[in-house]
Design a protein around this ligand. Structure first.
Ligand code: ATP
Ligand code: MG
Length: 418
């Protein structure tokens, strides 16, 4: 293992004190422990790490025995959450690749997918089973050293995202690694090393085997971290987007729909950069809106459907998306409300102004209208109308009580008249 002095490479004062204490206590108890993964990578790039992970040769049970208020979580990977003040440090035990260790603790599907992976190993083995070389750097904060066995430092210098080992094998073990490659390339502005790139086209179909719940978690990481615009461009380029959101396939090939989606992503990124809250409901609502309108048009022209074509289209788009990415109801319901409000906004009916302004989703729906108006002159006057109405009735906007669906007052029980 190559050992490099880290004192000139990273700002040690930017380290989490909690993470350093966890490492120190493990070392004081004769275990080895390092800060690892994203935190080391981000510090080397002069960025503020999102969180600090620790890797150690202590088993989860041994870690729990050392730290009060710690607990073991996870099934696929067992990790320990150590609470230190307000921080939670994730502590993982060095793991070996499934082939290096006790085979009975690593379970693989017939397609090579790793189903369970709790084989403990050495530091070298732990580095080799990580996804990317830039994520396999180990920092010893006490002696100020970085351990680099897989060329991670060199790849950081070259600004390169590189899968460790044979790309196709590593993607087959865990197809989500393809999404991670794209996410880090977009987030860091790095290029993707050639074979890591080439294997994606061979392995992309394997994402179909990943549970929809895990893909939803990954979707949030892809789109909510402040780099949604470059991420979606990469996802589209490597034909991964349609595996997550099949409904977006034709939208991304249509310039105005693509424009709407990219602007929605860029706006979200700008909000994240300003520390403003962002909601997956708006983001996914905008991402799927072109599909909803396309399906809505088909339904309207078939003329067989009762009620609003957009509502029916929204239902179909959500149902199809849920097959791949399990969007929880707390997001899919507001998405549908945002879609349904579009036609009500377009009608600009003076009688309905107050009722529409008071909808809880009015602001999000108006934001989607704004995005749509960028490629439609007709909608620009609709936007102006609603801008004026918001100025006229500022107190009404979004004022509908939390329940948002106006409930009918319960009538006192009346006896049936004969
Ligand atoms: P960030 O938290 O900034 O998104 P990170 O690199 O810390 O980036 P995590 O998802 O927190 O990413 O994972 C922590 C570390 O675990 C990674 O750096 C990587 O070494 C390893 N890892 C995570 N997911 C995988 C995976 N699917 N396959 C192999 N190693 C992984
Ligand atoms: Mg992390």
């Amino acid at each position: 293992m190559q050992t490099i002095d880290s004192s000139k490479l990273i700002d040690h004062t930017a380290l989490s004190r909690a993470a350093v204490s966890v490492v120190k206590r493990l070392c004081d108890n004769d275990y080895s422990a390092f800060i690892v993964g994203g935190a080391v990578r981000d510090l080397l790039l002069g960025k503020r790490p999102k969180d600090f992970d620790v890797a150690t040769n202590a088993t989860p049970e041994q870690v729990v025995a050392l730290f009060r208020g710690s607990r073991i979580i996870g099934r696929r990977f067992q990790i320990v959450h150590v609470r230190m003040g307000r921080e939670i440090i994730e502590v993982t035990t060095f793991r070996a690749h499934h082939d290096d260790g006790a085979p009975q603790t690593a379970i693989k599907s017939h397609k090579g997918l790793l189903l369970r992976d709790n084989v403990y190993g050495t530091l070298d083995q732990d580095a080799a089973r990580r996804d990317l070389s830039i994520n396999a750097l180990y920092l010893d904060p006490v002696n100020q050293l970085i351990l680099d066995d897989l060329g991670g430092l060199e790849d950081i210098r070259k600004r390169l995202v590189r899968i460790i080992g044979d790309s196709a094998t590593r993607y087959s073990e865990d197809p989500v690694r393809m999404l991670r490659v794209v996410r880090f390339a977009a987030k860091l502005g790095f290029s993707i090393e050639e074979s890591s790139q080439a294997a994606i086209s061979k392995c992309r179909h394997l994402l179909a085997d990943i549970p929809a719940a895990r893909l939803f978690d990954e979707t949030l990481k892809l789109f909510m971290a402040g780099f949604a615009a470059p991420t979606i461009e990469h996802l589209a380029k490597y034909e991964l987007l349609e595996l997550l959101f099949p409904e977006t396939l034709s939208a991304m090939n249509d310039p105005s729909s693509r424009g709407l989606i990219l602007t929605a992503m860029a706006n979200t990124d700008a909000r994240v950069a300003r520390g403003k809250p962002v909601t997956p409901a708006f983001l996914l609502g905008a991402l799927l809106w072109p599909a909803v309108t396309a399906r809505g048009r088909d339904i309207a022209s078939a003329g067989t459907h009762e009620g609003s074509p957009i509502n029916a289209a929204g239902q179909i788009v959500i149902t199809n998306t849920l097959q791949r990415v399990s969007i929880p109801k707390r997001f899919s319901i507001p998405m549908r409300e945002i879609w349904e409000l579009q036609s009500r906004l377009e009608k600009c009916s003076p009688k309905r102004v107050r009722s529409i302004l008071s909808q809880r989703r009015f602001r999000a729906a108006f934001d989607l209208l704004l995005l749509r108006s960028e490629s439609s002159d007709e909608l620009k006057s609709t936007v102006t109308f609603w801008e004026e109405q918001q100025l006229l009735f500022p107190d009404v906007v979004g004022s509908l009580p939390a329940a948002e669906i106006p409930k009918r007052k319960r009538q006192p029980h009346r006896r049936k008249r004969n």
